[in-house]
Design a protein around this ligand. Structure first.
Ligand code: EPZ
Length: 421
């Protein structure tokens, strides 16, 4: 068990490079189940969720070899179709293994997936989309069994836009018989990136990145080499940190065009920044930021994953801001922790909160409830007066590679301390 110990108030500045996106690489790894032969994935972040996904693949018989930021996978020897319960319960994203396993092996058994407080959300869209493709699904008390001798192309309109359910169906359809049409598909940049890789491996996918994806099934796919797309959530998180800490920080190796909704918000708040093709520099300013209203939306709207860090920034804006979280129930439940640090936020209902600024934050002893709320608490600790300790940092390390080291390079006073149990 480890914790972060942060001395707030250090002047931050400098450059930070963005990692490959955890939410891209998890799907690239899952997609290797569809592929014959070797696949090499580069720019893989060393994050706990990625380790768990690799462990799941190894446990069912795949050869997985990781070194630094590269993972080599060959899934030709997979023999098991039962995914290990302990790992599935720690990784919500294990749901993206359903489609590839069904398409290549005709069966998959998995426990109800977990991960964190948010991870225990429904998987009904996975069940429904696999059923329209001909899969039989047995729902047992604590687990699911999916069977399909051969998946068939089908048309499915997602009643709710879901990133991973779109990716899952798209992957399943690559080896199905005939044409699949995914309607009301999610458009997040990781989806066209995955489609481009699968097309390179022999798939026939068009329309990924729009709300309608068409997939013509093929008999076989081969392995290939792919570089993970830069993490847009990290890009946004570091930009928000710079604005909240009133620091000049250049964020490099990123895709600023994937984070446009945040730049639009920076424009409204008068936060100065400059953008290049693969970098963004947030400039230092002493001007007060005005309060704003922010509503989370599917891509290209304001990312739900940036809502917690952005709310920390709003504690430093003048006046009353409104935060409207439309994607998740329960993604505002970290606000009580911010309030203990001196923030003034009020939860109006599970989806809406008001944030009254400007407030001075002070250090506290805290626990990270989930990945994005966890990094928000780190940002709060960095701009607070005094010492903040954050427990349960596994939740933060699920998605951010060596975050303490990288923040120290910006001047942050943050230590990762092993706790004796
Ligand atoms: C992906 O989750 C990301 N995870 C999330 O990032 C991200 O917050 C989310 O997309 C939204 O952008 C990965 O890519 C691994 P959804 P996903 O299905 O696909 C409901 C992070 O911190 N729903 O688009 O699981 C669901 O409850 C994570 O990195 C159903 O009702 O999210 C939610 O309210 C957290 N039934 C809504 O849809 C289902 O079967 C949208 O979630 C599936 C989802």
């Amino acid at each position: 068990m480890a914790q972060f110990v942060i001395q707030g108030g250090a002047q931050l500045g400098g450059e930070i490079a963005v990692s490959g996106a955890k939410n891209s690489v998890l799907k690239l790894i899952a997609s290797t189940i569809l592929l014959h032969g070797d696949t090499t994935i580069t720019r893989v972040p060393q994050a706990q969720d990625v380790f768990r996904m690799c462990e799941i693949l190894s446990s069912v018989g795949a050869a997985v070899d990781s070194s630094d930021n590269t993972v080599r996978i060959n899934t030709d020897a997979i023999t098991q179709t039962t995914l290990p319960q302990d790992l599935v319960k720690r990784l919500r994203a294990s749901t993206v293994l359903i489609g590839p396993m069904l398409a290549r092996h005709g069966e998959v058994r998995l426990a109800y997936p977990g991960g964190c407080v948010l991870g225990k959300r429904p998987i009904d869209l996975f069940v429904a989309s696999m059923r329209v493709m001909g899969a039989e699904v047995e729902e047992q008390e604590e687990s699911f069994v999916f069977h399909a001798k051969k998946l068939k192309g089908a048309e499915y309109f997602f009643p709710l836009v879901s990133v991973t359910a779109t990716e899952n169906m798209m992957m399943a359809a690559t080896l199905a018989e005939g044409r699949t049409l995914i309607k009301n598909a999610a458009c997040e940049p990781e989806i066209p990136h995955l489609a481009e890789f699968l097309n390179f491996c022999g798939a026939r996918i068009s329309g990924a990145g729009t709300h309608t994806i068409i997939i013509d099934g093929v008999k076989e796919l081969h392995g290939g080499e792919v570089e993970t797309v830069p993490d847009r959530i990290e890009t946004g998180t570091f930009a928000i940190l710079a604005a909240a800490a009133r620091a000049r920080i250049k964020i490099t190796h990123c895709r600023p065009d994937h984070v446009e909704s945040l730049w639009a918000m920076f424009d409204r708040m008068g936060i100065p920044y400059a953008i290049g093709p693969d970098w963004v520099e947030v400039q230092k300013t002493d001007k007060p930021y005005p309060a704003v209203e922010v509503t989370t939306k599917e891509y290209p709207g304001f990312m739900t994953d940036l809502q917690p860090p952005f709310t920390v920034l709003l504690t430093q804006a003048q006046g009353m801001s409104l935060v409207h979280e439309t994607i998740y129930d329960g993604r505002l439940f970290y606000l009580d922790k911010l309030n203990t640090m001196g923030a003034y936020t009020l939860l109006c209902d599970p989806h809406r909160a008001v944030v009254q600024g400007t407030r001075k934050l002070h250090g506290k002893q805290l626990e990270s409830p989930d990945l994005r709320a966890g990094i928000a608490l780190v940002i709060a600790g960095l701009i607070a007066e005094g010492t903040t300790t954050i427990d349960n940092i596994y939740q933060i390390e699920r998605g951010y590679e060596h975050i303490d080291e990288r923040l120290r390079a910006l001047g942050a006073d943050i230590k990762r301390v092993e706790k004796s149990v």
